[in-house]
Design a protein around this ligand. Sequence first.
Ligand code: ZN
Length: 302
Amino acid sequence: MRRYLSTLLLLACTTLLSSALYAAQPIKTLLITGQDGSHYWKGASQGIEKILENSGLFEVDMLITPDFGEDINRFEPNFKGYNLVIINYGGATWKESVRKAFEKYVSDGGGVVVLHSSIIPMEDWPAYNEMTGLGAWNGRDERWGPFVYWKDGQYVYDYSPGYAGYHGLQHETIIDTRAPGHPIMQGLPPRWKHFKDEIYTKLRGPGRNMEILATIEENGRHEPIMWTVRYGKGRVFVDVLGHCGNDPEMIYSILCTGFQVTLLRGAEWAATGNVTQPAPKDFPLEDTYTLRPEFKAPFHAY
Ligand code: ZN
């Protein structure tokens, strides 16, 4: 009997241990990057990879597409086995079979994060426009959908004609939380300061199944800069912050603690539907930005 009990105990311990290990499994992440003539995408993607892996929550495979002038049809990622796909990409539209595989991955419940200039490419792929909700440049105008912005506590869908996409000089800015109850934003301050960045405005697109998480006031208009989109069973988190210039010294925008924390939370939410990360103590305040130059939380952050 004693032996039986100890065997049971051992079994129970093993089960507990394996379930604890299972819970601690990192989120399998595919980071797709490349082909962006306006950005030092390689440095930014290496930074994003560090932000994710240093959190201990993600295991990242970086996949670089064929370069400009090379054949994009050689790009054949396998989305199976990933809980999350992060897109930091600015080039040619993927071939039909890859598009179909990605649409299936997302509609079956896959998580997606779309960063900064990745709302610009692939304007000729309707499902990508649906997944990103809003886009800019590359010929986009009223045919792609309304301008979407925030006014007096409500969404504005503005169908007036006009070109999508504008940004001025880079600057520090205040971010307004618009969905404080959303798991990505829960516990974060209603307003916080973001470090110098390039702020995209005048975005337009289908804007369906979209929830605006945060806005920035530019030229008198509250422009969405972080939002989510539901596509089938899939969850998409779009963050148009995170500009990087064209050399390694110019990835300062992604050093911002606010960028890193919302990326980590958005990525976890997209992959799992939940956010387990508490609001850190080094998060920026309304009048003070903070930086994480090591791409990780400092020892006193939690
Ligand atoms: Zn940029």
